[in-house]
Design a protein around this ligand. Structure first.
Ligand code: ZN
Length: 279
């Protein structure tokens, strides 16, 4: 195996940034596609993997503006071209998600609904917005309706990476000035090229965009893909079938039953002695 290069060590991190001279905050995320578990990448089509990668970027970006939260969950309602889309980011930087498209390739995700659930201090807050043509525009709509703070998201992907950047006005006593600052920062952001967002190191990227400004990059938070599935959970799920049905299942499956996690698609294999209870 090759030794990891410097850039490999910087991806899979959440990088908040802010400006000393503009009422704007931001966040940058670059994810290596290999963050998504092998089982999922091998069973879903590339368009679905691309969508889940973008959704993981989106929830990670959104989590950067939240204080005292436990988890942020993005889901879509089963309508339109998306059969399933789910992405979650916890305050510890644990990501998980899955996506399944009805067809291999789509031009637009429009047609369904986006459901955002935030868990904070033991309470759950939910918002629903219609899905726009892409995920970033859908999230902007969410911000417009929920926080009412001008927010811009850009999310890009290629076969090996997913990346995104978020800019948002910070609330101040001078909304006009803040809005001007935001528009200025946005005009500079719009000069970004897809490959720059995907490949450039965070400090280099921000310097390219905002060298005229006092832009400060905060320490990154490491992001991991962590699914809550386990062999024990799969075993318990299987045991709910009862001995008779299990016997039948093992006969059908030639003595070896595979349970796959719905989310990360990790397979758990069981033989009769693992599962059957004897009286
Ligand atoms: Zn799993």
């Amino acid at each position: 195996m090759d030794a990891p290069n410097k850039q490999d060590l910087i991806v899979n991190q959440l990088h908040p940034f802010y400006f000393d001279d503009l009422h704007v905050r931001g966040c940058l995320v670059q994810l290596d596609a290999r963050l998504i578990p092998d089982g999922q990448r091998q069973t879903e089509n590339p368009a679905s993997i691309d969508l889940v990668g973008q959704a993981l970027v989106a929830v990670a970006l959104m989590s950067s503006g939240l204080k005292g939260f436990e988890s942020l969950l993005l889901q879509t309602r089963d309508m339109g071209p998306i059969q399933l889309l789910l992405a979650e980011c916890t305050h510890e930087g644990h990501l998980r998600g899955a996506a399944h498209l009805r067809q291999g390739n789509i031009d637009s995700i429009e047609g369904g609904q986006l459901l955002m659930s935030l868990e904070a201090q033991g309470q759950r807050f939910q918002s629903i917005v219609p899905l726009a043509t892409d995920l970033a525009s859908s999230m902007e709509l969410y911000y417009q309706r929920s926080e009412q703070l001008p927010t811009r998201l850009i999310i890009r992907s290629n076969s090996s990476r997913f990346a995104g950047i978020l800019l948002q006005v910070t609330a101040t006593t001078n909304p006009n000035q803040s809005l001007q600052d935001f528009e200025h920062a946005l005009a500079l952001l719009n000069t970004i090229k897809d490959e720059e967002l995907l490949q450039l190191e965070p400090a280099t990227l921000l310097n390219r965009l905002y060298h005229e400004h006092a832009c400060r990059l905060l320490d990154g938070q490491t992001l991991h893909f962590v699914c809550r599935c386990s062999r024990e959970r799969s075993l318990r799920a299987l045991q709910t079938l009862g001995n008779d049905d299990l016997h039948e299942l093992f006969v059908e499956q030639n003595g070896r039953v595979e349970v796959r996690c719905d989310l990360c698609r990790t397979p758990y294999i069981f033989v009769p002695t693992d599962v059957l209870t004897h009286h």
